[in-house]
Design a protein around this ligand. Structure first.
Ligand SMILES: Nc1ncnc2c1ncn2[C@@H]1O[C@H](COP(=O)(O)OP(=O)(O)OP(=O)(O)O)[C@@H](O)[C@H]1O
Ligand SMILES: [Mg+2]
Length: 510
């Protein structure tokens, strides 16, 4: 067991990438028992700074001190040796291995165990019991929801005995209830002398969990202060450098022409069970319909079957009166469905391709981007530069690979592509997940704009505020079916909350 980290100091950390000064002379301190929130817009340098602390990147300048002694952290295994653990923004789990096998891989580096899986399983069960993090050790990672994968990452770090935890947007993919549980867990850990660095764009969580905040902007530390001196809106202002107000839908929709009709659809999920179990829903032109629900109730399968990525056992899907059931993804794209997928790294972009290539990926073979089989390079160049500007995608230029962008900027590339394609119907799964608050404001404005232009939008989200802000109707999905649909004027958080728990008739609740 490593010595407890009573005091951590990052001194004058500078890290450059080609064309980007990601961290500029940053000083940060942290004491045991403290929860520090690291804030900043997409691309501000948060993940990079943490990767330096975790030994993944070597800084150009700067030093790290633990308990007043300088340390050189040149690899994650050295970081672990000092008791530093990190849960990454994008999970690092191997999908076709089980939970036990994945955690064993992490422990191997530490050489606590020779690959003795039953010992690893016992350690997992011990940690999961101690912290109340339930997990099936024998499940394959690909079978798990994002929230469950997050829990596995956390258990992995705890199995390694870390006493300083870096959590890079740990709640981005968690359900509100899982988030509350995580916050309680983190506070408990802080009381037990752990220190925690918490990165999040969700400022109400930052308020609830942290003692102190540090704000980065363009690679520099621009503010440091006590959390209790701030409200959510003053934190947003510190981050964005301006006041933010999330747009809301004002006028009631008059939409009556169906654009997407889903009729009694049955489809299997990854686990082999019926994930969509007689699902029916209609979205009209010029209407935003929200899908609320605890993740794992069929949301992913719903988005997948509409987009032709998963197979429908029975039932029908119509786009503008034309059947698209079980058509290929390419055909469905061509018919005019846009898709913002939940998993933006594996489904939304090709990381080794440039920003420009990712932006034109779905339309490069159509006018105006191509003519007589030839790519129109000048048009493509201008188009990509315009979208980079409009969506404020932070990248040195349009040739930068998507894989080297910050998490939120990858999301912006997908949004830029899908919204500017002018789809007839847009399926948006968690569109503001991982976006900074200024970018989230912009995306909601864009969705409302698309609605005005008669696009039908299906908005899958677990953020009730997001749904209540911009949806005309909110449908609650529960165990693969729509339990109820509420109009915006009668929908409330508490009504939605009950429905999400599977309770339809309020009067029956004691
Ligand atoms: N491996 C890399 N190669 C080149 N540039 C990089 C690399 N990693 C990060 N960058 C750049 O460094 C800057 C800071 O990125 P970083 O990932 O630290 O941002 P962030 O604050 O974590 O943002 P987000 O909230 O979007 O996750 C960005 O401009 C990003 O494009
Ligand atoms: Mg990041």
């Amino acid at each position: 067991m490593s010595e407890i980290i009573r005091k951590l100091e990052l001194r004058k950390i500078t890290k450059k990438f080609p064309g980007v000064l990601a961290c500029n002379n940053i000083d940060i301190q942290l004491r045991s028992g403290e929860i520090l929130a690291l804030l900043g817009e997409n691309g501000a340098g948060k993940t990079t700074l943490m990767n330096v602390l975790f030994g993944l990147y070597q800084p150009e300048h700067g030093e790290i001190f633990i308990n007043d002694k300088q340390v050189i952290i040149n690899s994650p295994s050295t970081a672990f040796k000092y008791g530093i653990g990190m849960v990454h923004q994008h999970f690092m789990l191997v999908p076709n291995l089980t939970v036990v096998e994945n955690i064993a891989l992490g422990l191997l580096g530490k050489r606590i165990f020779k690959l003795n899986l039953s010992e690893v399983r016992n350690k997992i069960l011990e940690v999961s019991k101690l912290y109340g993090l339930s997990v099936n050790p024998d499940a394959y990672i690909w079978q798990l929801s994002v929230g469950e994968q997050q829990r596995v990452e956390l258990i992995k770090v705890l199995c390694l005995g870390a006493n300083l935890l870096i959590l890079d947007e740990p709640t981005a993919a968690l359900t509100p209830q899982e988030t509350d549980e995580l916050i309680i867990l983190l506070k408990k850990m802080a009381e037990n002398d752990h220190s925690i660095i918490f990165i999040s764009h969700k400022l109400n969580e930052v308020k609830a969990v942290s003692n102190r905040v540090c704000v980065l902007r363009n690679g520099s530390l621009v503010y440091e202060g006590e959390t209790k001196e701030h409200s959510v809106s003053t934190l947003a202002e510190k981050m964005a450098g301006r006041e933010i107000s999330m747009p809301t839908l004002k006028e009631k929709s008059k939409a009556t022409t169906p654009i997407l009709e889903i009729k009694n659809v049955f489809a299997k999920g990854n686990k082999g069970t019926m994930a969509l179990d007689g699902f029916s829903l209609t979205v009209n032109k010029g209407e935003i319909v929200g899908i609320a629900g605890v993740s794992g109730n069929g949301q992913k399968e719903l988005a997948d079957v509409i987009n032709g990525i998963a197979h429908i056992e029975s039932g029908k899907i119509l786009l503008h009166n034309e059947e698209i059931t079980n058509k290929s993804p390419q055909k469905i794209i061509n018919k005019g469905i846009g898709y913002i997928p939940e998993d933006r790294i594996h489904e939304g972009t090709i990381p080794s391709f440039s920003v420009k290539e990712n932006i034109i990926m779905k339309d490069y073979n159509k006018a105006p981007l191509s003519k007589n089989l030839f790519l129109q390079n000048k048009i493509i160049e201008d188009y990509s530069i315009e979208l980079i500007k409009n969506f404020d995608i932070k990248c040195p230029n349009n040739k930068t690979s998507c894989g080297s962008l910050s998490g939120g900027n990858v999301q912006k590339v997908i949004l830029a592509r899908e919204l500017s394609r002018k789809p007839k119907m847009l399926i948006a799964s968690y569109p503001i997940r991982g976006l900074d608050i200024g970018a989230a404001e912009y995306v909601h404005e864009q969705l409302l704009e698309a609605r005005k232009e008669d696009v039908g939008i299906l908005l899958i989200s677990e953020e009730l505020d997001e749904l209540l802000d911009i949806c005309d109707r909110i449908a609650v999905i529960y165990e693969g079916q729509i339990l109820d649909i509420l109009d915006r004027d009668i929908a409330t958080k508490s009504k939605l909350g009950l429905l999400m728990a599977g309770i339809k008739d309020e009067e029956k609740v004691i």
